[in-house]
Ligand binder design. Structure first.
Ligand SMILES: *[C@@H]1O[C@H](CO)[C@@H](O)[C@H](O)[C@H]1NC(C)=O
Ligand SMILES: *[C@@H]1O[C@H](CO)[C@@H](O)[C@H](O)[C@H]1NC(C)=O
Ligand SMILES: *[C@@H]1O[C@H](CO)[C@@H](O)[C@H](O)[C@H]1NC(C)=O
Length: 299
């Protein structure tokens, strides 16, 4: 009796969520990515990994194998100290004709500490940095404070790089904490860039960043791909029970190495992270750093 009541109320809340979210298309099927689709992410995987290199080497693109993987990149600005501010860089990628912003991540135990319920307080976004975003849109306050530290410096570098190269697209990338910062930059940048600008976020091992109003805002305004590796459990943190929700755009790397796209914001299929890794105990901390198509995150 109690169980069936629970089941019915769970079903009702799913229906309510779907009904309240016009941006959610009817459930589409889970499909494997083609080899060329997977390959199209590779430059961005390297860019996300490159953010672990020190700014004095990304500023002139002399960071070694990570920089060499994206030859011809034109750096605009780099910064961060790797402790109070994660490393970051901005520049222009001629092969993709896009400006790239990348944020460094952190190790699994540090990101976990940021994501435990006590540390995962949701709050509204700063109205000066995020003009026009409704106050119902809530984000992790620690991530928002981190993003605020570099926001205007990165915006300035993006504007300079866009005008120097006539670019109209921006890709914001990152791994782990860097993916959370990338998603917040993805919300922030279009509010200050010319209206024709396309901003795309590619996040690796991305934790949840905000509430469902945040996820719906993201779905309505920017393109996001969040790539989750095997049994990485960081993407299930903080819990949905703490009021968090992912936006759409999950790509889940199966144990077999096949990449599948998981439609919807929180796809419960066992081919997707929510179904495959229902609890952190069922996860594997090694999977957080990769490999993502052969690339393990780090300089
Ligand atoms: C790159 O920049 C750093 C710091 O400005 C400098 O020490 C280094 O010599 C530069 N490397 C090259 C190859 O220009
Ligand atoms: C770059 O900075 C790091 C510390 O952040 C330092 O250890 C290293 O020697 C510097 N490298 C260059 C080429 O200046
Ligand atoms: C975790 O994943 C790594 C790499 O995929 C693997 O070598 C290891 O055996 C896994 N650990 C467990 C407990 O499954």
């Amino acid at each position: 009796m109690k169980a069936s009541f629970k089941l019915i109320s769970a079903l009702l809340s799913v229906l309510a969520t779907v009904g309240a979210s016009p941006s959610l298309a009817p459930r589409q099927s889970i499909t494997p990515l083609t080899a060329s689709q997977i390959a199209s992410y590779k430059p961005y995987t390297y860019f996300a990994s490159t953010a672990y290199c020190t700014p004095n080497t990304t500023v002139n693109w002399t960071c070694g194998r990570m920089c060499d993987a994206n030859p011809g990149f034109v750096p605009q600005a780099s910064g961060g100290d790797g402790s109070s501010i994660q490393y970051w860089f901005v520049g222009y990628a001629p092969a993709q004709n896009t400006v790239v912003v990348s944020h460094q991540g952190t190790d699994t135990s540090q990101i976990e500490a940021d994501l435990t319920d006590g540390a995962a307080v949701l709050g509204p976004l700063d109205s000066t940095l995020f003009p026009g975003v409704p106050s119902s849109v809530l984000a992790h306050q620690g991530f928002a404070a981190e993003q605020a530290k570099t926001a205007t410096t990165i915006l300035d570098a993006v504007q300079k790089s866009m005008s120097a190269h006539g670019a109209t697209t921006v890709h914001v990338v990152g791994h782990s904490l860097g993916a959370a910062l990338a998603l917040l930059d993805g919300v922030y940048l279009p509010l200050h860039l010319p209206s024709g600008t396309t901003v795309t976020v590619v996040g690796y091992g991305e934790p949840r960043v905000g509430n469902s109003a945040f996820a719906n805002w993201v779905d309505g305004h920017i393109a996001v791909t969040r790539i989750n590796n095997r049994e990485d459990y960081i993407p299930i943190m903080p819990g949905q029970s703490a009021g968090y929700s992912h936006p759409s755009g999950e790509v889940h790397i199966q144990d077999s190495g096949v990449w599948v796209s998981c439609p919807g914001q929180e796809n419960p299929s066992t081919q997707c992270t929510d179904g495959d890794v229902p609890t952190t105990a069922q996860g594997n901390r090694t999977d957080h750093s990769g490999p993502y198509d052969g690339i393990v995150m780090g300089c």
